[in-house]
Design a protein around this ligand. Structure first.
Ligand SMILES: *Cc1c(COP(=O)(O)O)cnc(C)c1O
Length: 432
């Protein structure tokens, strides 16, 4: 059995996966990390025919003793039921398209799997939960969609009114069973504060409140799967097994998942951490910043990566330490201007339309190749569908991205949203 302890606990008191999943954050404010990382033999995933097949093999090792295999199979096949193709741009550059899930970003992998795992344990316990989420972008819609209709779970979504894009808002307010959306008359920070206050409010103490943010271990493990699945796809055509992964990063959850895949035994020569103007982590990797020397958040075109103080840094740093992180990960920071230029160049060179987040990655990998002359093939993660960011695509390419039927369909579905003031009191009226 793999068990977990808090990054902040000197005694490393262990809890089960179930407890780490249902708690999210450890009681001391730290993040849960595994007490050991199972080694997964390449035979278990290299010949796999689908992501779900990789999922059953790999999560089967992680959750041995926690969930019977037949239950896990049902969860994984239901959660990971959409494609995740590796697209070749050139002989040494591939993109892994992570945006074919229901809300068109990689957040669907983690949110859908975590929802089903939570539902499994809650049903066993005969308990229910109300998931409170503050969101500024992709997380909210992935969580709302992933958890919708799961018995025993309700979702309450807070987003800053008028501060998310039109497409994002439509995704957030689409009516879903068990989901209530609130447009908060304030900022994202107000939404986050309201959630934090709700958790410690005595009048709400009797409610089974829970969170689903990206620090939950139940979102990270499923994300590790697509790193293995990417190489399985590449290997089928090329016999290549060792690659570099380029990861557009914000809160560093995706990069943490990639590191887990590598620690399980997948050969990764280098990771490339691609950041926008929120540059703490590249600075840290280059020795220009100390651990935890965070900055205030800066707004950019790749808004899902706008994180000044990445919470998963604590996990990376505790698991690997500065020296290993600096040896294994190469980082760079990409401005808005360079992002737009890379979107344009990618379209010109490969006829490929990249979303701004994906473009930050493509710019970073190009710099890495040029500065290091490392010939290892690179797989760059494509994090969201370009159709989610029509304005940025129009600005970069002079034309709108191709229409995406899944997004078009949203506009004919009923919506549900309630505007509220930026105070806990306003939220309480609805919760109680
Ligand atoms: C969340 C997100 C990111 C950043 O991922 P982290 O795990 O927070 O580093 C990048 N791109 C898109 C499209 C996202 O939704």
């Amino acid at each position: 059995m793999v068990r977990y302890h808090s990054t902040r606990d000197p005694h490393k008191k262990l809890v089960t996966f179930e407890e780490a999943l249902l708690k999210g954050l450890a009681p001391d404010g730290g993040l849960y990390i595994p007490d050991r990382i199972p080694h997964i033999a390449p035979e278990a995933w290299l010949g796999a025919r689908s992501l779900a097949e990789v999922g059953v093999a790999v999560l089967g090792e992680w959750l041995k003793g926690d969930i019977p295999v037949s239950d896990l199979e049902a969860i994984v096949h239901d959660a990971l039921n959409f494609p995740c193709p590796l697209v070749k741009l050139s002989d040494d550059l591939y993109v892994l398209e992570l945006f074919h899930g229901p809300t068109l970003s990689f957040k669907d992998f983690g949110a859908r799997t975590m929802a089903r795992l939570m539902q499994y344990f809650l049903r066993k316990r005969g308990e229910r939960r109300i998931i409170l989420v503050a969101t500024s972008g992709d997380t909210g819609s992935a969580v709302a969609d992933g958890f919708a209709g799961q018995e025993n779970i309700e979702v309450v979504l807070l987003y800053p009114k008028g501060k998310v894009s039109e497409v994002q808002e439509r995704q957030l307010i689409t009516q879903r069973p068990g989901v209530r959306s609130f447009a908060v008359e304030g900022t994202f920070d107000d939404c986050q504060r309201m959630v934090k206050e709700a958790f410690v409010d005595p009048e709400l103490a009797h409610l089974p409140l829970s969170s689903a943010n990206s620090i939950n271990i139940g979102r990270l493990l499923p994300q590790a799967l697509y790193y293995l699945w990417a190489v399985a796809q590449l290997h089928r055509h090329t016999q290549i097994t060792e690659v570099n992964f380029c990861v557009p990063s914000g809160n560093l959850g995706n990069l943490m998942a990639g590191l887990l895949a590598a620690l399980m035994g997948q050969p990764v020569h280098r990771f490339i951490a691609a950041h926008n103007d929120n540059h703490f982590f590249p600075d840290f990797l280059q020795g220009k910043a100390e651990a935890y020397q965070f900055h205030p958040t800066i707004a950019t075109l790749s808004n899902a990566m706008d994180v000044g103080a990445p919470s998963n840094f604590e996990r990376l740093y505790t698991l690997l330490g500065a020296e290993k992180l600096r040896a294994w990960i190469w980082g760079t920071t990409v401005t808005n201007e360079a992002t737009l230029e890379r979107m344009q160049k990618t379209h010109e060179t490969y006829s490929y339309v990249a979303c701004p987040h994906t473009a930050v990655g493509l710019e970073a990998q190009a710099r890495y190749r040029q500065q290091t002359a490392d010939p290892t093939p690179i797989i760059s993660l494509a994090c969201a569908h370009p159709a989610k960011f029509p304005d940025v695509v129009l600005k970069a390419l002079g034309q709108e991205p191709p229409r995406e039927p899944a997004l078009q369909a949203l506009y004919s579905r009923p919506t549900q949203v309630q505007a509220i003031g930026p105070t806990l009191q306003a939220l309480k009226t609805f919760l109680l």
